[in-house]
Design a binder for this molecule. Structure first.
Ligand SMILES: *Cc1c(COP(=O)(O)O)cnc(C)c1O
Length: 376
């Protein structure tokens, strides 16, 4: 069976984990956390990076930092993971779901503006599959209506829009290093802060509302509770694992993009079939090889494709169930119909994509898909 994902191991993970054990600093904000944070800062130009215990906690920090509270509305796509919504719901915000684009599962920048009210405090975007949203239109709207932008960049490491790294557009951006992502560290994430005025407070919220970071730098003489917060920081065990992966970032990305491109070349003929498509990448977006997916014509066909591939030894999976129709949210949802979001819920299938997937396996998968669609 060709699995759907397999964890890439660079080989230095256990070496760095042992180093952490020897140093004895196993809690957060030590040597490896700093190495990882600096790498992101240097490589992508984020103003400040803080490693967190998950992508989810980075989103929770974002909601806290923007002072989201009851009465505030936060607009986001429905076609995403529950974590995107939970972080803001936990602060008491009202979630306004926006439809996906007809081109790809990203938030539809055309449907955004009518959802904006005087209570809109933030727009949260997800760069689905690591393919950038329409940043020019979205930034223009945020500017015009004075709304903060948060990037859920969980898929988006090393993706770009107009040569600018994803995660550098929003006031804040959340990355994930969960096992299912391009770069993994068990459960781990990162908040990128692109507004210098939020950096001090971010450091404080990160360590349970204390000024521990400033204390350790010798900037204050007392270490005390100064704000609300939580234990958001990642342990050095995660950071050490992450560092071993980050040393191979270029190698990992190169291979993933290679695989993505083979899929895309081999399967592009699917676009000649009505109502079926491969990922539509807008001109300015540069892919990062996170997810390769196909859109089928209907739910039945999608499920048949998944079963067909499974019988051929290929593990393909569907993806998000739109949040506005989820068992948790549907009772309280009173918004618009989100037809594209519903369509991706019913028709999208993700293909295996991981570092150790061989070219032969990718061609094998493509051949099976072509025969399913009678394209050979
Ligand atoms: C993975 C993911 C998250 C959450 O990341 P964790 O590190 O698992 O907490 C949030 N949003 C999206 C879109 C994701 O895919």
């Amino acid at each position: 069976m060709i699995p759907f994902v397999q964890t890439y191991i660079s080989g230095n993970e256990s070496k760095y984990l042992n180093e952490v054990i020897e140093i004895g600093h196993v809690s957060g904000n030590g040597k490896f956390s700093k190495l990882c944070q600096n790498l992101f800062k240097e490589r992508y130009g984020f103003q400040r990076c803080l490693l967190t215990s998950s992508g989810t906690s980075a989103l929770e920090m974002a909601a806290l930092l923007l002072d989201i509270g009851p009465g505030d509305e936060v607009i986001m796509p429905s076609y995403t993971f529950s974590a995107t919504a939970n972080a803001f719901l936990l602060r008491g915000a009202k979630i306004i779901f926006c439809d996906s684009s007809s081109q790809n599962p990203n938030i539809d920048s055309e449907s955004l503006e009518p959802l904006i009210t005087e209570n809109t405090k933030a727009i949260v975007i997800v760069h689905y599959a690591g393919i950038s949203c329409e940043m020019e239109q979205i930034l223009e709207l945020c500017e015009k209506h004075k709304i903060k932008l948060v990037e859920d960049a969980a898929h988006a490491i090393d993706g770009f829009y107009n040569s600018k790294p994803l995660g550098s557009f929003g006031t804040l951006a959340a990355f994930s290093f969960h096992q299912t992502k391009n770069i993994v560290a068990g459960e781990c994430g990162m908040l990128a802060i692109n507004d210098s005025e939020l950096i001090n407070r971010a450091e404080i919220l990160w360590e349970n509302g204390t000024n521990r970071a400033a204390f350790h730098r010798g900037e204050v003489d007392k270490y005390t509770w100064t704000d609300i917060g939580s234990s958001f920081l990642a342990s050095e065990l995660s950071a050490a694992f992450l560092w071993a992966q980050l040393e191979e970032l270029d190698t990992i990305q190169k291979r993933r993009v290679e695989i993505w491109n083979i899929y895309d070349n081999e399967l592009s003929m699917i676009n000649s079939l009505e109502e079926r498509s491969t990922p539509q990448v807008t001109k300015k977006a540069q892919i990062n090889g996170h997810i390769y997916y196909l859109v089928c014509s209907n739910e039945n066909e999608r499920n048949e494709l998944i079963s067909y591939l499974r019988a051929e030894g290929i593990y393909a999976v569907f993806h998000y169930n739109s949040l506005h129709k989820s068992p948790y949210f549907k009772k309280s949802y009173g918004g618009n119909e989100l037809s594209n979001s519903d369509r991706y819920t019913q028709t999208l299938v993700r293909l295996p994509l991981f570092f150790n997937l061989s070219n032969d396996q990718v061609y094998y998968i493509c051949d099976k898909i072509k025969s399913f669609f009678n394209l050979t």
